[in-house]
Design a protein around this ligand. Sequence first.
Ligand code: HEC
Ligand code: HEC
Length: 415
Amino acid sequence: MLFQGKIGVHAMPERSFASKKLALAMTLSLSALLAACGGGSGGSASGGTTPVADSGLSPQAALGAKIFKDVSLSASGKQSCASCHNPDNAHAQSNDLAVQLGGKNLDVPGFRAAPSLRYLNLTPSFFFAADGTPTGGLDRDGRAQTFAAQAARPLLAPHEMANVGKADVLASLKRTAYAEEFKQVFGATVLDDADTAFDRVTFALQQYQREDSEFHPYDSKYDQFLAGKLRLNDAELRGLALFNNPSKGNCAACHTSSKAADGSSPLFTDFTYDNIGVPRNTEIAATADAAYYDLGLCGPDRIDLAARADLCGAFKVPTLRNVATRKVFFHNGRFKNLRDALGFYVRRDTNPEEWYPVAADGTVIKFNDLPAQYQGNVNVSEVPYNRARGMAPALTPDEIEDVIKFLGTLTDGYK
Ligand code: HEC
Ligand code: HEC
């Protein structure tokens, strides 16, 4: 959706045009951006990032790989990054809980579904495009600008790995089997100071996520199709056409599906944000408080845009690569299968009673995960959610099945 400055005007037909312009501009600025953050914090401590030949990873990234899977760096001693971002499940959560449990006793519930960490390496830092569209950034509200900055939170968050402070992380780090290697890579004195050590831990995690092709293999069936190596079957091709068709799924308006002008592969996100009015998920413990709302860009986790009422309820467009491997969908994990997630898209407005609570008098309480004053932010003008009761949904149930078949071609590791 396009955000027009503070006015919050709903998206308009020019969307795909604007998105394409944006994609182009981004392609141009992306390499500069990546080069600019290439050194990163802490990278110079060892005097360079000479790649290790056998793994193809720099020494920093190779350490990051160990840290990523190390449960000893959590207060429980049982949780690592990989617990919520399982490499065997496209680096996303592997269960169907709306939110994961963390903390010392692994009983503190989180607030959002754990996203896949695949294909994030080309995400630009958060910015407002010339037309006002919020774009880029890590986390579902774009508040983290680098993998290193992002990694600081799970290590310390009470509902995640729950270290009480950086000193806690350092104490655990000193006891790891790779403590010596850590000193060799980051300098003999790196474990003398908690701030420095913590900084290097997050830097190592960053380099791992950036460098290891496990996070961005581009080897799905669809990639091989784009490379001309195989054919999609008829249902998949029908699904692709519906996905791209501006008057049917219109999915590609936000979930980019074709190669960019520079030939780079589609990531199935244009890095923008939208408010699609996902129903409240009472499975999330925080929702027991009727005053609790997760408003994405405008808070509560992100604080710098709290005054931008027009952005309340907008969340990042996630990549749809590997989406068929997920067991929960959307920021609050409200839906547990693709059929419901897609059904919600196309029948949200034609059949709202399927998705939202119905009051005693029969009124459907639409957009019930947003305070009344922000319900007008929900995108109701763009296909497929530009409908009203009595109109035909943008996709029929059979067409939804075809789109699901197509989405299945986006799973990495196709043989
Ligand atoms: C208890 C579960 C849990 C653990 C442990 C965890 N994460 Fe996450 N991760 C999440 C959730 C939930 C989000 C979404 C947070 C948000 O949007 O505010 C997330 C988001 C992310 C993102 C941003 C993804 C995006 O789409 O922009 C990255 C990167 C990430 N985590 C890396 C890590 C790393 C590295 C570690 C280990 C230091 C880690 N995570 C540990 C649950 C977890
Ligand atoms: C106007 C932009 C836009 C359009 C058009 C759009 N999406 Fe999305 N999509 C989003 C945003 C934003 C989210 C995340 C919303 C959230 O978490 O609250 C999302 C999330 C999803 C998810 C959940 C993914 C996950 O990992 O949880 C699926 C599946 C999905 N979209 C599929 C589709 C399909 C299929 C279509 C076409 C029928 C489509 N989208 C059209 C913006 C869009």
